[in-house]
Ligand binder design. Structure first.
Ligand code: ATP
Ligand code: MG
Length: 564
């Protein structure tokens, strides 16, 4: 096995992307002593491959420039957040190969300070309690072309605001009765500056603070100030927050914060055949469209891992796609490329017959068997070899035989000779069928002179096939995963179910694998020769092995397109 260590310390690459350029310039100009970044997930779902891009960027920059990266849970909405997600997020960041060390934080660590800052804004006449309903607030916010309207509660005295805010905190009012808003400018061209909501009343139990708080800061009020408290230097987020940057700065300008972070925006990852909306991913799980957050068809880090993708492949993909300022959609084939690259290097080769067809070698003595040598990796002699057993009764793949061969079919058909990998040439001499006409068995002969796979007389065969000895082969279930969506641009909204691929999972209950696979370990990649990369699934028991296909040997998406 090649090692899968975390991305090693490397020199920052000048010009690699615009954010690294900014960090390099800031460090060179001594605007900061060290770079401090953060990855700020909201624990309302599992992390997905888009988050991996953000993790790779934030932790990667910290590593490359000798700084640090904080893991900060943006746990400001107890109505949607759960401990399960917090645990999963930590597991996934670690699995990706990153380490936050002692720097694990929560926005909820700062609830007291944030509350005190909100009071400061009230005292300075820069925040007020608004009694309008959510709907009224939305209507009065105006549109892109029309200014908003001032709330009738906008000019409350500081004393009245402080009192109401205190009573909101004490839990005197029901959800939605009042909010705290910043008093900025209802006519601003930037809607985010039209008196944004800072606090809302939520009666719910918070995973960390329990029922202590009845009011919760929203993302905008918590985020920048948390950055300032943690002395984050570069607060890197996705493009949709670009319009929030003036608000991010407004809070820092109007509060007595301990440091002055800056926000930078980059383009989020979008992938063909993939939906990365947390709302849709949650729906896929809740609606039973997949078997859970770590279903191997999910674009979640947990799903990708369970599918057998090494962390190294995900990091390689993140590095290849780079970081840009303009939104784009990455071809899912690119991720597959990184997966195959990593797996081709590391996965040991094994034989498995997914849809078995029995073969009887008529001229091979009954009761006899012999061991043959099979290499574990064609490009890595240090991976060694193993013994595989040849005998009179074998299994081959159903699709490797055709009673009436179509054009250019070079595999087994009556009268044709092929090579069994590591073994002998065999020739088909007969076909046995049941009463319904289904082929149940092939009769073949072998040429003892071709042991090892070559004929002393120099004759050639056009196909080399995988096979197993019937007596040795171990039954297994094999799960063939295909893309979850059947369109390159699936709907990321309401209509997503219409774009689900009905063939995203094909379960083969009657497959056979070679005995060496008894030693397979969960998530450890293996190549089934000629079929693709697979890994043992954790659903396996001592009674039943279950293998999942990580990826086929050739580009899934190119093939799909060619088929039209
Ligand atoms: P939501 O806020 O709707 O729950 P989210 O995907 O933004 O969903 P967060 O937990 O807030 O989830 O995301 C954590 C970080 O990951 C944020 O900084 C966010 O910008 C970044 N991120 C989320 N999706 C992507 C993506 N597709 N590509 C790159 N970064 C992403
Ligand atoms: Mg978010």
């Amino acid at each position: 096995m090649a090692s899968d260590k975390t991305s090693e310390q490397q020199a920052p690459e000048a010009g690699r992307d615009f954010i690294r350029d900014i960090v390099a310039a800031d460090l060179a100009a001594k605007r900061h002593g060290t770079v401090v970044t953060r990855f700020p997930p909201e624990p309302n779902g599992y992390l997905h491959i888009g988050h991996a891009k953000s993790i790779g960027l934030n932790f990667g920059i910290a590593q490359e420039f000798g700084g640090r990266c904080h893991l900060r849970f943006d746990d400001t909405n107890p109505a949607r957040e759960e401990q399960e997600y917090i645990d999963a997020i930590k597991r996934d960041v670690k699995w990706l190969g990153y380490d936050w060390g002692d720097n694990l934080f929560h926005a909820s660590d700062y609830f007291d300070q944030l509350y005190a800052w909100a009071q400061d804004l009230i005292r300075a006449g820069k925040a007020y309690v608004d009694d309008q309903s959510q709907d009224q607030i939305r209507i009065n916010r105006g549109t892109l072309t029309e200014p908003g309207k001032n709330s009738p509660f906008r000019d409350r005295s500081a004393a009245e605001n402080l009192d109401l805010f205190e009573r909101m905190k004490a839990g005197e009012f029901p959800n939605g009765a009042r909010v705290l808003r910043a008093k900025i400018d209802m006519a601003s061209g930037n809607i985010n500056l039209r008196d944004p909501v800072l606090y809302r009343i939520i009666h719910a139990s918070h995973p960390r603070t329990g029922t202590t708080w009845k009011i919760y800061p929203n993302y905008d009020f918590a985020h920048g100030q948390s950055d300032a408290i943690e002395r984050i230097t570069h607060s890197i987020c996705t493009l949709e927050f670009e319009d929030h940057r003036p608000l991010y700065d407004w809070f820092l300008d109007n509060l007595d914060v301990p440091s002055r972070p800056h926000q930078y925006e980059f383009a989020r990852l979008n992938l063909t055949y993939t939906v990365l909306s947390k709302r849709v991913l949650t729906e896929l799980v809740r609606g039973g469209h997949v078997a859970g957050w770590d279903d191997p068809r999910m674009p979640t880090i947990a799903g990708i891992r369970r599918r057998g993708v090494p962390a190294e492949a995900l990091r390689d993909f993140i590095k290849r796609i780079g970081v840009a300022k303009a939104n784009s959609v990455v071809d899912a084939g690119m991720f597959e490329f990184s997966i195959r690259e990593a797996l081709n290097r590391t996965a040991l080769r094994r034989m498995a017959v997914l849809r078995p067809l029995k073969v009887v070698i008529e001229n091979y003595p009954e009761g006899k068997s012999e061991e043959l040598e099979a290499v574990n990796h064609p490009d890595d002699a240090s991976a060694g070899s193993r013994k595989i057993r040849f005998a009179r009764e074998l299994f081959i793949e159903q699709e490797d035989f055709a009673e009436v061969p179509p054009k250019k079919f070079f595999r087994l058909f009556p009268g044709n000779e092929v090579r069994l990998r590591y073994a002998y040439f065999i020739k088909c001499t007969g076909v046995v069928k049941d009463a319904a006409g289904t082929i149940t068995e092939l009769r073949c002969t072998y040429d003892p002179a071709t042991k090892g796979g070559n004929a002393p007389d120099g004759r050639k065969v056009k196909a080399t096939m995988h096979w197993l000895s019937a007596a040795d082969a171990i039954p297994a279930e094999v799960r063939l995963y295909n893309p979850l969506f059947n369109r390159p641009d699936p709907s990321g909204g309401e209509g997503f179910t219409a774009d689900l691929n009905p063939q995203s999972l094909d379960v083969l209950k009657d497959a056979r694998v070679e005995p060496a696979l008894k030693e397979a370990k969960v998530e450890q990649p293996v190549q089934f020769e000629r079929q693709g990369y697979f890994c043992l699934d954790r659903d396996s028991t001592s009674q039943k092995l279950v293998f999942s296909r990580t990826i086929g040997l050739r580009d899934t998406f190119a093939k799909e397109t060619a088929k039209g």
